[in-house]
Design a protein. Structure first.
Length: 433
């Protein structure tokens, strides 16, 4: 389904959102350009106003399974751990969501709610191949595509109106290119910035198209629950509700200083900016990647320090390699620990010098774990993350040890790129203290 908020600048834009006047459903409207072959996109003018498209595949892993296994069509499908084991739901079909199943839910809770679902382990190689087809389809539309996960991406579409048509035509073109390439559906949001485009893509799932012109951003956000804003989790929602703030329009009535006083400088500023529809317009800039992280859920509660060290080493290796692949070096190392009762804690430290090296990440993460007081307690999940990217890409020429590690890392990256990481053996044998 596609909705458009009516705009004088775009007379055909869609007309209805809940609590907003004059909305009209456009489900079933003819698709544009579905039979045109993929190819190189035409150059995009840089003179247009910012226009960002967010593309989010619908129940991606489950949709791939239902496409490849027709007997699963219309059935509840849950991708993740197997019932009776430890782990969580990775994703699930919309049929499973009707039973309250959702991503990150403990798998045994999902089974309690929906015992008749089909439970499948993820097939990441197949999903990755489909993701590459999706991104290639989007790159045929615009030269500036920023994947942010395996199943979603931001696309800079400023200037495409002259080449493809108005935003609704661009959105339908993107959806058609993806469907032609993969047979899968995606939900699309188009808006003046990343924040609103992201919220819009989630507004009318599945197979939705939601377009929010600049002059209707505040109207679009006003009736939404504060939980729709980015970075507003359950605990912050609870604090907002205690203050009588449930919808974005109520949040917008508070001055910036008041929100900072009530919720702290960081959260207060975030809430104020988002309630007024303020967001970044940059697409394709590596600094937009907020963090790189890796998590692992143990098959049973883990107490063994050596096992925790081994997992952290493997995570440090993965995070560092991903950072180098994107040309990033970060200052903030974050450790995440989830205990047996689902109690979750994070510890972070900001380094004096940004890094993309596994040894530096591992030693800082292990130091955080040692000082956390959680060693010896049963651990369900452990994770390591890197963020706060440095704008200075120059290396420290006076650190020969780092230079040597960097040469080794470059050689390791080349081997992994060609043969896969398994050829190097266990991480703990390669990165000794």
């Amino acid at each position: 389904m596609a909705y458009q908020i009516e705009s004088p600048a775009h007379a055909g834009f869609f007309r209805s959102l809940p609590h907003l006047p004059r909305l009209t459903s456009r489900r079933g409207a003819a698709r544009i350009g579905a039979n045109q072959p993929l190819g190189k996109p035409m150059p995009v003018s840089t003179q247009s106003e910012p226009l960002v498209m967010h593309v989010d595949m619908d129940a991606f892993f489950a949709a791939v399974e239902q496409r490849d296994h027709p007997e699963l069509a219309g059935r509840a499908v849950v991708i993740g751990a197997q019932p009776g084991h430890r782990g969580v739901v990775s994703t699930c079909s919309y049929e499973a969501r009707r039973f309250g199943v959702h991503s990150a839910m403990p798998i045994n809770e999902a089974y309690r709610r929906c015992p008749d679902a089909v439970y499948l382990k993820p097939d990441m190689s197949r999903y990755t191949a489909e993701s590459q087809r999706v991104m290639a389809a989007l790159e045929a539309l615009s030269p500036t595509v920023e994947p942010v996960s395996i199943d979603e991406a931001y696309v800079d579409i400023a200037g495409l109106e002259r080449l493809v048509g108005p935003p609704d035509a661009i959105g339908r073109r993107a959806k058609d290119l993806i469907h032609t390439a993969t047979g899968l559906t995606a939900s699309v949001g188009i808006a003046p910035n990343r924040l609103v485009a992201k919220i819009a893509s989630d507004f009318d799932k599945p197979d939705g198209l939601t377009i929010v012109p600049a002059e209707r951003v505040l109207d679009f956000l006003a009736p939404l629950p504060v939980s729709a804003l980015r970075g507003v989790g359950p605990k912050l929602v609870e604090r907002l509700e205690r203050a009588g703030i449930r919808r974005v329009e109520q949040l917008r009535r508070f001055a910036l200083d008041d929100l900072r006083h009530r919720f702290g400088d960081t959260a207060g500023t975030l809430l104020h900016r988002q309630s007024h529809g303020i967001g970044s317009t940059r697409v394709g800039d590596s600094e937009e990647r907020r963090s790189i992280s890796k998590e692992y859920t143990f098959g049973h509660d883990e107490r063994d320090p050596e096992r925790l060290r081994a997992v952290l080493r493997e995570q440090a290796d993965t995070v560092a390699r991903r950072a180098r692949k994107h040309g990033l070096r970060g200052r903030c190392v974050q450790l995440k620990i989830r205990l047996e009762n689902f109690e979750t804690h994070t510890r972070r430290h900001t380094l004096a010098t940004p890094t993309d090296l596994a040894n530096a990440l591992f030693h800082e993460a292990w130091r955080l774990l040692e000082s956390s007081g959680f060693l010896g307690r049963p651990v369900r999940l452990i994770g390591l993350g890197l963020s706060e990217w440095s704008e200075d890409g120059q290396l420290d020429l006076f650190a020969p040890a780092d230079a040597r590690q960097r040469r080794l890392a470059a050689a390791s990256d080349a081997i992994v790129e060609r043969f896969g990481k398994e050829v190097l053996g266990p991480t703990r044998k390669r990165n000794k203290d």
